[in-house]
Design a protein around this ligand. Structure first.
Ligand code: R1P
Ligand code: GUN
Length: 294
């Protein structure tokens, strides 16, 4: 384990005391921080007090790590994430995932607000990620340094090991979809295209993304899920459509609109997360051990 990760993990475990260690990490996207308030027996730790954590500077991102229980499951939630467009590297954006894993989390639920590229999508829809297109680029120190140390392999072997191709856990995705259906709304599978940001897309770019098979487009999530995958964590990705990215209907997205849409769709996101925690993540139900993508 990297020295920084163990330093941060030790610091958090000390503050946790005899509380149960978290089994599930949750990353809350723009406008989706409301779920953090549902965590019971909450212990809130500001990012600036955690060694190695950078700062959340994007609007609507609190900057707190919240420990507690949700659906009787010990969780740790990031209320506020780190984006590449804030100037952070892939490793800095994903550092909290390494720390969550180091203190016990074996599953990760990542949420984000995203533009709806597929014409079937409307504001407020939830898309359960089955795959992603990584347009962020950039390398991972995690790749070269840590995995090699950890596995003692040559870098050429390790680099391929980061993205095993099946990043998004199918059983968790199915339970997420069933939880939505039970609650009376639909949540379909889709592909997330990650851009560096912070600009939203032009009409031509939305059109191109649609042609390339993206269903939603955002500016986060991929660094976190790549590192979670490399650590063997099971990953559930949930996008909330905050704006319709319709190439033929010119309306320029803005962050305020994204935050408002997130708050409005927060109940749907909470329903899905609760359903997954209740049924799929920890009960080690047989179908939830296989790691195949939807
Ligand atoms: O991905 P999250 O953190 O939900 O935020 C999304 O919404 C913001 C744009 O309004 C960008 O930060 C984009 O990534
Ligand atoms: N790149 C990108 N990120 C978003 N996050 C929320 N909406 C959007 C969008 O339209 N484009």
């Amino acid at each position: 384990m990297n020295a920084n990760v163990s330093t941060a993990a030790d610091s958090l475990l000390q503050q946790l005391g005899n509380r149960p260690r978290p089994k599930v990490g949750i990353i809350l996207g723009s406008g989706l921080g409301g779920l953090a308030d549902q965590i019971s027996d909450a212990l809130k730790i500001d990012y600036e007090s955690i060694p190695g954590f950078v700062r959340s500077t994007a609007g609507g991102h609190r900057g707190q790590l919240i420990f507690g229980e949700l659906q009787s499951v010990p969780v740790v939630a990031m209320a506020g994430r780190f984006h590449r467009y804030e100037g952070w590297t892939n490793d800095q954006a994903a550092f909290p995932v390494e720390v969550m894993h180091a203190i016990g989390a074996d599953s990760l639920i990542v949420s984000n607000a995203a533009g709806g590229v597929s014409p079937k999508l409307a504001v407020g829809d939830i898309v359960i990620l089955k795959d992603h297109l990584n347009w962020m680029g950039g390398t991972f120190q995690f790749n070269q340094a840590r995995l090699i140390q950890k596995q003692g392999k040559e870098s050429s072997e390790v680099i391929g090991g980061i993205n095993r191709g099946q990043i998004y856990d199918q059983p968790m995705a199915k339970i997420a979809q069933e939880s939505a259906m039970k609650a009376g709304f639909s949540a379909n599978f889709g592909t997330y295209l990650a851009t560096l940001g912070p600009t939203y897309e032009t009409r031509a770019e939305y059109r191109m993304m649609r042609k390339l098979g993206a269903d939603v487009v955002g500016m986060s999530t991929v660094p976190e899920v790549l590192v979670a995958n490399a650590l063997g964590m099971r990953v559930l990705g949930l996008s909330m459509v905050s704006n319709v990215a319709d190439p033929d209907r010119p309306n320029v997205a803005n962050h305020e609109e994204v935050l408002l849409a997130g708050q409005a769709a927060g109940a749907k996101m909470e329903t899905i997360v609760r359903g997954v925690l209740r049924r799929g993540v920890l009960r080690n139900c047989p179908e939830s051990t296989s790691r195949t993508s939807p």
